[in-house]
Design a protein around this ligand. Structure first.
Ligand code: KG4
Ligand code: ZN
Length: 346
């Protein structure tokens, strides 16, 4: 089975060919970062237009690199949500056209589910049941996944996603966009104990996250320090606060739910500090930890093809009249943006 995977939910045009659900024949990424960098973040209309220009050449390149013709493709998988409406629409419309022209099944894939399946491409398997932690620019979702692949929502961010916090802090520090990789790199030269930033909801007993107060604390610190600010120390201290909370919540859930496997996914799972510290903690506690290689943590077409292959194996097909759903939930209440909670009174 050769599956074409198309990912256009945000600012990466990703197209891949995956064979048998596991073997990546090609994985093309048409990077839009230089287009968005001067705005300091993703501009949705710029992203949609770029997808229109980049998508078909990326499909041709994926075929050429994968040594296949489009007619060799057995199914077309595409991210149908969550994500930016215009960006998703470009991928979904194109995938429908390919599926129709080739007379092959269409497989609509949830972006968060694709991030989880990226593990299969690197590790060959998805050991279940497991705790699942999807951390990216749009989501911080803690879930349980049962043997049948069904998700149960446990916790999520009540304000900013983890990746959003990295991007905003990078902007405050003048490091450009996207912020995660730069903060990660710079933090290696800094002292993670230099500034004690807040660890929100660390011991609140919930499985939820909050990063907006941390971002504000960084902003205040940078303003107060003025030109004397040690950027590497701030980056390392901010990152340490994020990772402390992430590890505490993920490990806490694994213990409470009696699950000995942890699956990570999403762009922030590429973070070297999170990977190293969680690996050490998992080893100490005898937990199995799977994280995709950094290149498969961030958005790509291969993870979509992989998730689509598993759906195909289960006999699932998506009707050609499916729409893009910017707010598609992985389980009810777990979508791209967490609902803002009303402040408690009294
Ligand atoms: O999964 P992804 O590529 O796109 C979304 O689905 O949002 O995640 C992108 C996010 C960005 O916020 C980026 O700054 C962050 O992942 N990111 C990182 C690292 N690499 C990417 N954050 C922390 N450390 C990294 N090494
Ligand atoms: Zn993503």
């Amino acid at each position: 089975m050769l599956v074409l995977g198309i990912e256009t939910s945000c600012d990466e045009t990703g197209v891949a060919l995956v064979e048998g659900g596991r073997r990546v024949r090609s994985n093309v990424l048409a990077d839009q970062q230089t287009l968005h960098a001067r705005y300091g973040g993703v501009v949705p209309e710029v992203a949609s237009r770029a997808h229109v220009d980049l998508l078909h050449p990326a499909v041709e390149q994926a075929c050429a690199l994968g040594g296949a013709r489009l007619s060799d493709v057995d199914a077309v998988a595409v991210t149908i949500g969550p994500g930016l409406a215009g960006s998703l629409l470009v991928g979904v419309a194109a995938a429908k056209a390919y599926a129709l022209a080739l007379d092959r099944p269409l497989l609509g894939v949830n972006h968060l589910v694709a991030h989880v399946y990226a593990n299969v491409l690197d590790h060959g398997t998805l050991p279940l049941p497991a705790v699942v932690f999807v951390v990216s620019g749009g989501h911080t979702s803690l879930l349980a996944m049962d043997e049948g692949g069904t998700f149960r929502g446990l916790g999520q961010t009540i304000d900013d996603a983890a990746g959003e916090a990295y991007d905003k802090v990078a902007r405050v520090l003048g490091l450009g966009y996207p912020g995660g990789p730069v903060v990660d790199r710079l933090a290696r030269e800094g002292d993670p104990a230099a500034v004690r930033f807040p660890r929100a909801l660390l011991d609140d007993g919930s499985d939820d996250f909050s990063f907006s107060g941390l971002k504000t604390a960084v902003l205040r610190h940078v303003r107060a320090a003025g030109p004397e600010v040690n950027v590497a120390d701030v980056a390392a201290s901010f990152q340490e606060a994020v990772v402390d909370v992430q590890i505490s919540k993920v490990v806490g859930v694994a213990k409470r739910e009696g699950l000995d496997t942890i699956l990570l996914g999403g762009g922030v799972a590429a973070n070297s500090r999170l990977r190293a510290r969680l690996a050490a903690e998992a080893e100490r506690l005898g937990l199995r930890l799977l994280i995709p290689s950094p290149a498969l943590c961030t958005d790509n077409g291969a993870m979509v093809a992989c998730a689509g292959s598993f759906a195909l194996e289960r006999g699932e097909h998506t009707p050609l009249d499916v729409g893009a759903d910017p707010n598609l939930h992985i389980v009810p209440g777990f979508g791209r943006r967490a609902p803002r909670r009303a402040k408690r009174r009294g």
